[in-house]
Design a protein around this ligand. Structure first.
Ligand code: ZN
Length: 311
C-alpha cells in the first residue's frame, strides 16, 4: 500500500474514532442532563457487573455443566463436582452480595448528598470527560490501594481466628468446597460481612477518597468484575500475571491453603513471604503442588505394592 493509501486509511480511522467519541460524549451528556446522578451510578455499576462478571461466569458454569469431562481436564487440579442445587445457591448468594453492595453504594451516595448537605455526588459526574491518562492513573491507584487493603484484611483479620473468631468463621464460607477446584461463581460466594470487608471496602474506599470520575469508576468496576470471573475460574489456560493469579487463588482455596496467598496479584505475598510456590517446601507454608503430590503418592503406592509382591 502506498503512502497515500496508508494516509487515507489512517485519516478514515481517525475520523471514525472522532465520530465515535463525539457520539459517546453526546450520549453521556444527555444521560447526565436527563437522569438523577444516583440512578446513573447504581444502574451503571450493576450493568458493569452483569456484562463483565455474570455473562462470563454463566458461560463458564454452562460449559462445566454441559461438558464436565473437558472442563475438568482444563482445570488446575481435579476434584469432586458440585451438586446442581449447590451451584444454584452459590450463584444466589453471589447475586445477593452484589445487591447489598449496590444498596450500600446508594446509601453512601444519599448520605453524602443529603446529610452532609453537599450539592455534588461522591463521584465526579460531570459532562467533561476525563483524559485517558487520568483514567489510567486513577484505575492503577485504586487497584494498588485495593491490593493493600485486601491483603491486610485477608491475612490479619479474616485468617486470624485467635483475634477475630467470628469474622474468621464468616470467611470460611468462601473456603467451602476446598476439594473442588475454584469456579467463577465462587468469586462472590461469601458471608455478606466478609463480602463487605474483602470485596466492597477495598474497591470503594479508594474510589470514594479519590473522588474519581464516574466513568473511571465504571471502567474500574468492569475490570474488577471480569478479573474476578477469570481468576476464580480455576482454568489452567491463562499465562503470565493472570495465569499466576488463577493458580494462587486456587491454591489459597485448597485444603491447607489458607496460610498463604492472601493478596490478589501476589506482589505483597511475595514481599511478605506468604507466597505459596513450588520453590517453598510445604512444611514452611509453600504451595501444595497437586500434580507433584499425586505423582508422589502413586510412586509410594507402587513401591509398597512391589515390596508386598516380593515378600
Ligand atoms: Zn481466605
Amino acid at each position: 500500500m502506498g503512502y497515500f493509501g496508508l494516509s487515507s486509511v489512517l485519516s478514515s480511522t481517525y475520523v471514525t474514532s472522532s465520530l465515535n467519541l463525539l457520539f459517546f460524549y453526546l450520549t453521556w451528556t444527555t444521560l447526565v442532563m436527563s437522569q438523577p446522578p444516583l440512578h446513573i451510578e447504581l444502574l451503571g455499576s450493576f450493568a458493569m457487573r452483569i456484562l463483565f462478571y455474570w455473562i462470563p461466569t454463566l458461560l463458564f458454569t454452562l460449559f462445566e455443566v454441559v461438558m464436565p469431562g473437558l472442563s475438568g481436564d482444563l482445570k488446575i487440579r481435579r476434584g469432586p463436582r458440585i451438586a446442581g442445587k449447590d451451584v444454584f445457591w452459590i450463584g444466589m448468594n453471589g447475586l445477593m452480595n452484589q445487591v447489598i453492595a449496590t444498596a450500600i453504594q446508594g446509601a453512601v451516595q444519599s448520605t453524602y448528598a443529603q446529610l452532609l448537605m453537599r450539592k455534588v455526588p461522591v463521584f465526579d459526574i460531570g459532562t467533561t470527560l476525563p483524559m485517558p491518562w487520568n483514567i489510567v492513573k486513577d484505575i492503577l491507584l485504586i487497584l494498588a490501594i485495593r491490593e493493600v487493603i485486601t491483603y491486610v484484611l485477608h491475612r490479619h483479620v479474616l485468617h486470624n481466628p485467635r483475634r477475630f473468631r467470628k469474622l474468621s468463621r464468616y470467611h470460611c464460607v468462601n473456603h467451602n468446597f476446598p476439594k473442588t477446584p475454584t469456579f467463577a461463581l465462587k468469586a462472590h460466594y461469601a458471608h455478606p460481612l466478609d463480602y463487605f470487608l474483602i470485596q466492597f471496602l477495598p474497591l470503594y474506599l479508594p474510589a470514594y477518597l479519590l473522588r474519581v470520575h464516574l466513568l473511571t469508576f465504571f471502567l474500574t468496576t468492569a475490570i474488577v468484575s471480569l478479573e474476578s470471573a477469570l481468576i476464580y475460574s480455576g482454568y489452567d489456560i491463562f499465562w503470565g500475571l493472570l495465569g499466576g493469579t488463577v493458580r494462587r487463588i486456587d491454591r489459597h482455596h485448597c485444603p491447607g491453603g489458607e496460610k498463604m496467598d492472601f493478596g490478589i496479584w501476589g506482589i505483597l505475598d511475595w514481599v511478605s513471604g506468604t507466597a505459596g510456590g513450588r520453590s517453598r517446601p510445604e512444611e514452611e507454608g509453600g504451595a501444595i503442588d497437586v500434580h507433584a503430590q499425586v505423582s508422589r503418592e502413586v510412586d509410594e503406592k507402587k513401591r509398597r505394592l512391589a515390596k508386598r509382591l516380593k515378600s
